[in-house]
Design a protein around this ligand. Structure first.
Ligand code: H79
Length: 439
C-alpha cells in the first residue's frame, strides 16, 4: 500500500472514531485497582431540597415549584445535627470502601464557601459552614476513599443558558458561555484544591457537548491536581468508567469498569413521603448481581436538612454491613463470576482465580448444581461459617471431555437471613469453562 493510502486510511478512521468511549488508560491499571476491588460505595445527596423534601433541582426545572419558592429552602437548611464522624462510621460499617457526596447539584447551591458564587451554604443558609471539609476528613480517618459529585450544569447561574424546561436564558452567546466555562473551571479547581478527591463524579453533562464543556481540559486539570484521580463517565466521553443510573445491567458489561448508582427508595434526596424502600434483601440481591457482573454499587442515602440520616436508610446500611462482614472474602477484591448457564445464580471469583463463590438464594430443597467446570474440585465450604459440604460428580464419562456436573449438598441450617455463599475451591489458578456446544 502506498504511503498516501495509509494516510487517507488513518484520517478516515480518525473521522469515523473521533474518540474512544472511555479514556481509561489500561496500562495504568494499578490506579484503578482500589475502585475495582471496592464493590460498594455510598452516594450522598444532601442539599436544600431536603428542607421541603422535594426532587433535587428537578422540582423547579420541571415546574413543580417556582424557582423563588425552591430557593426559599435556603433559610431552612441548618445542618444543626450534622455529625460527619457518625456518617463516616456508618459508611465504614456498611462495608463500603468509598463515598461520593454532592458538592453542588444542578440547582447550583454549593456545599462549600465558593469564591465564585455566593450561592453556597456558608453564605446563604443557617448552616453557615463548609459541610464537605469535616466529612472528607472523617472519611479519610476511616480509611475510606473520597468521591465528590459535581454538576457541570448550573441552572442557577445567569451565564448558563438553561434555566428550566420551559425557559432558556439565551441560545447563542459566546461571551456569556465563556464566562460560565471560567466559572466552572474556578469551582472545579476549588473542589480539587480543598478536598483532593480520589474520585470525581460529574453529572449533567448531557446538556452540552464535550467541546462546549472543554472536557479534555477539565480532565487535564483534574489529572494535573491529582494524577491518580478516577473520573466517572459523565464528562461526554472523557471519563474512566461507565455510570448506569437506576438500571441494573442484564448481561455482564464485560471488560470495562462500571458502577451502578441506585436509590434506596425512588428519590435521590430526602423525601419523607417516598416509602418505596427496597428491603435489605432486595438491596443485597441487587448488590450480588452487580458484583457477579464485575461492577460496583453506589448506593444512595439522603440526609435530612438537619444532617440526620433517616432510620430506614440506617437499617439498610447496617443489615448490608452485617452480611458484608460475614461474606467479605466472597465480595471485596473479587472478580466477576461465571455465566448463568454454568450456575443459575450470582457468583464471583477470588482474585487468585482459585475459588468460585456461588450465591444461594432462599432455602433450596435439594442440592445445587454447577456444570461445565473443567477444573477438579478440591474443597467446598460455607462462607462465613466454615462448614464443609459434601458433593457428587455426576455424568462424567471417562471417554468425554465434557466435565461432570457437580451437585453440592446443602445443610438444612445453611441459610443466611438474606443470601448464603458457598466457596468452591478448584485445582489450578484459573477457572476453565467448558463450551457447551456438543461433546
Ligand atoms: O443526582 C441524581 C439525579 O438528580 C441526576 N443524577 C442522579 C445521580 C439525574 N437525574 N436524571 N438524570 C440525571 C438523567 C436525566 C436525563 C434526562 Fe434527558 C434529562 C431526561 C430528560 C432530560 C437526557 C436528556 C436524557 C434525555 C434527554
Amino acid at each position: 500500500m502506498k504511503i498516501k493510502t495509509y494516510i487517507i486510511l488513518i484520517i478516515a478512521s480518525l473521522l469515523l472514531f473521533p474518540k474512544a468511549n472511555f479514556c481509561q488508560d489500561n496500562s495504568d491499571s494499578t490506579k484503578f485497582q482500589w475502585f475495582a476491588d471496592a464493590k460498594l460505595g455510598i452516594f450522598i445527596h444532601w442539599g436544600i431540597y431536603s428542607v421541603n423534601g422535594i426532587d433535587e433541582s428537578w422540582s423547579f426545572y420541571n415546574g413543580l415549584i417556582s424557582y423563588e419558592d425552591y430557593m426559599k429552602q435556603l433559610s431552612g437548611f441548618n445542618a444543626e445535627n450534622y455529625n460527619p464522624k457518625e456518617w463516616a462510621n456508618l459508611i465504614k460499617e456498611s462495608g463500603a470502601k468509598y463515598a461520593v457526596i454532592t458538592s453542588k447539584h444542578h440547582d447550583g447551591v454549593a456545599l462549600w464557601d465558593s469564591k465564585f458564587s455566593d450561592l453556597n451554604v456558608v453564605k446563604k443558609t443557617p448552616a453557615k459552614r463548609d459541610l464537605l471539609k469535616p466529612f472528607v476528613k472523617a472519611l479519610r480517618k476511616e480509611g475510606l476513599k473520597t468521591g465528590i459529585y459535581y454538576s457541570l450544569l448550573d441552572w442557577s447561574n445567569d451565564d448558563y443558558p438553561n434555566f428550566t424546561k420551559e425557559k432558556k436564558r439565551y441560545e447563542n452567546d459566546s461571551i456569556k458561555w465563556d464566562k460560565f466555562v471560567k466559572f466552572n473551571f474556578g469551582q472545579i479547581t476549588e473542589v480539587m484544591d480543598n478536598y483532593n478527591p480520589d474520585l470525581m463524579w460529574f453529572d449533567g453533562d448531557w446538556e452540552q457537548s464535550a467541546e462546549q464543556w472543554h472536557a479534555t481540559e477539565i480532565r487535564e486539570l483534574l489529572h494535573h491536581k491529582n494524577s491518580n484521580i478516577i473520573i466517572n463517565s459523565r464528562l461526554q466521553g472523557y471519563g474512566d468508567y461507565a455510570t448506569p443510573e437506576q438500571g441494573l445491567p442484564i448481561y455482564n458489561p464485560k471488560d470495562k469498569l462500571w458502577e451502578l448508582c441506585m436509590t434506596m427508595n425512588d428519590s435521590w434526596g430526602y423525601q419523607p413521603n417516598d416509602k418505596n424502600y427496597k428491603t435489605p434483601y432486595e438491596v443485597i440481591r441487587i448488590f450480588s448481581d452487580v458484583i457477579s457482573m464485575g461492577g460496583n454499587l453506589l448506593l444512595d442515602i439522603s440526609p435530612r436538612a438537619d444532617g440526620t440520616i433517616p432510620e430506614e436508610q440506617i437499617k439498610v446500611l447496617e443489615e448490608l454491613g452485617r452480611w458484608n462482614k460475614k461474606h467479605s472474602k466472597a465480595i471485596f477484591g473479587t472478580k466477576a463470576g461465571i455465566p448463568r448457564e454454568y450456575y443459575a445464580g450470582p457468583s464471583t471469583t477470588s482474585a487468585n482465580g482459585k475459588i468460585l463463590y456461588l450465591f444461594v438464594e432462599g432455602n433450596p430443597k435439594g442440592p445445587i448444581m454447577l456444570k461445565g467446570i473443567k477444573n477438579k474440585v478440591e474443597n467446598i465450604w460455607v462462607v462465613g461459617k466454615g462448614s464443609k459440604l459434601n458433593y457428587d460428580i455426576k455424568m462424567k464419562a471417562w471417554w468425554s471431555s465434557v466435565p461432570g456436573i457437580v451437585f453440592i449438598d446443602l445443610p438444612a441450617n445453611l441459610t443466611d437471613k438474606y443470601l448464603s455463599i458457598i466457596a468452591v475451591q478448584l485445582e489450578g489458578n484459573k477457572i476453565k469453562l467448558h463450551e457447551f456446544t456438543s461433546n
